[in-house]
Design a protein around this ligand. Sequence first.
Ligand code: FMN
Length: 371
Amino acid sequence: MNNIVQPLLEEYQLGDLTLKNRIVMASLTRARATNSGLVPTAIMAEYYAQRATAGLILSEGTWVNPQSIGFINVPGIYTQEQVEGWKTVTKAVHASGGLIFSQLGHIGAGAHPDLQNGEIPVAPSAINIESQSFTPEGFKSTITPRELTVDEIKETVQDYKTAAQNAKDAGFDGVEIHAIAGMLIPQFLSIASNIRTDAYGGSIENRSRIIFEILDAVTEVWDSERVAIKFSPVMLNSVGIVKPDVETIALFKYILNKLSLYNLAFVHVVGPSEDLSDTPVRELQENYFSHFRKNYSGRILANLGFSKDSANAILEEGDAVLVSFGEPFIANPDLAERFRYNLPLSLSDRETFYSGGENGYITYPKATYPD
Ligand SMILES: Cc1cc2nc3c(=O)[nH]c(=O)nc-3n(C[C@H](O)[C@H](O)[C@H](O)COP(=O)(O)O)c2cc1C
C-alpha cells in the first residue's frame, strides 16, 4: 500500500476533536510511578510526548480509588497530587501536538492485600478469580475477595465520576473506561465471578448495570463524545476464571445495543488472541469485528495484533473507524511516521515493560526518515 492511500494516515473527526491520523496508542501499563503517592513522574511526560504523533493516545490504566489498585507503581487519578502530576503529562502531549484520554480503571478481585494496606480486595462476589497480582514482592496469586455492598458499588461509581472530573482538571481530552478482562467491570459481567442476587447479579441486564451507572455518572462530567469504553470479550487465558461463557455473545449484544444510545467517542474492542473454535464464543472466530459492528451503531476502535496492512484493511472494510496499537508503541514512539515511510518496526524488550526507569521507556529512538 503506498503512502497516499493509507486510510490509517487520514485525518479523522472524532466529535469536536480532530485526530491527525486514525492510529491510536492503546493503554500500556509501564509502572513508572515509582513513589508512594503513585504520582505520575517526569519521565512519563517525556514518554507520552514522544508518542504524540499518534492520532490519539490512551493513557495507561490509572486507578480511580485506593481500593482499585492491583499492580505496583501504576499511577492513580484520585488525589490532588496525582492530578498535578498528570498535568505535566497532558501539557507535554499537547505541546507536541497530540491528544490524550485518561484510562480509568479498578482491578477489583485482581488486587492483593499487599497492595491495599493489608485490606481484603473488593469484588462483585467473594470468589477468587484465580489470577495473579503484581505486588512489591513480585507476582502473587489472588485471594478470595470481599463482596461489595450496594452502597459501596454506588460509592465506586461516584469514584469513577470524581476520577473523570480529575482527568478534566488535569487537562486530558477525554476518558476511556477500562473494562477489559482482569478488571472489576468484567468481574461483574461474568457468571463465574458474579453470583450476586441483587440488582447487580443474575440477569444480563443486572450484571451489566454497573457499566451504565458508570457511564451515566461520567457523562455528567464529560460530553459523551469524549467518553469511551474498552472491552475484551474473548480474552481466554490471562485472567483466571473470568473467560467467555455461554452468555457472552448475548451479553455483549445487549451491552452494545444499549451503548448505541450513548453517542460515545468510541467502543474499543480487543480481538481474540487465540483460536475460538473450542470455546462458547466459536461463532466470533470468523469476521470478529463485524459481529460487534452489527450490534453497535457508533464508532468502533479495533485492537489486537494489528499491522499496518491489516489496520488499513479493516478501515477500508468499514468494521472500524480507528485502530489501536499497544506493544508496537513501546519500541516505536514514531509509529505513525514508520507506517508513512514503510519503515521496519523495532522490537520491544519485555524485561523493561514494567520496570527499568528510563531504560526501555524513553530510550527507544525515532527512525531516520527518507528526505
Ligand atoms: C506492557 C503492556 C501493558 C498493558 N497495559 C494495559 C492497560 O493499562 N490498559 C489496557 O486497557 N490494556 C493494556 N494493555 C493491552 C494493550 O492496550 C492492547 O490491548 C494489547 O497490547 C493488544 O494490542 P497490540 O496487539 O497492538 O499490542 C497492555 C499491554 C501491554 C503489552
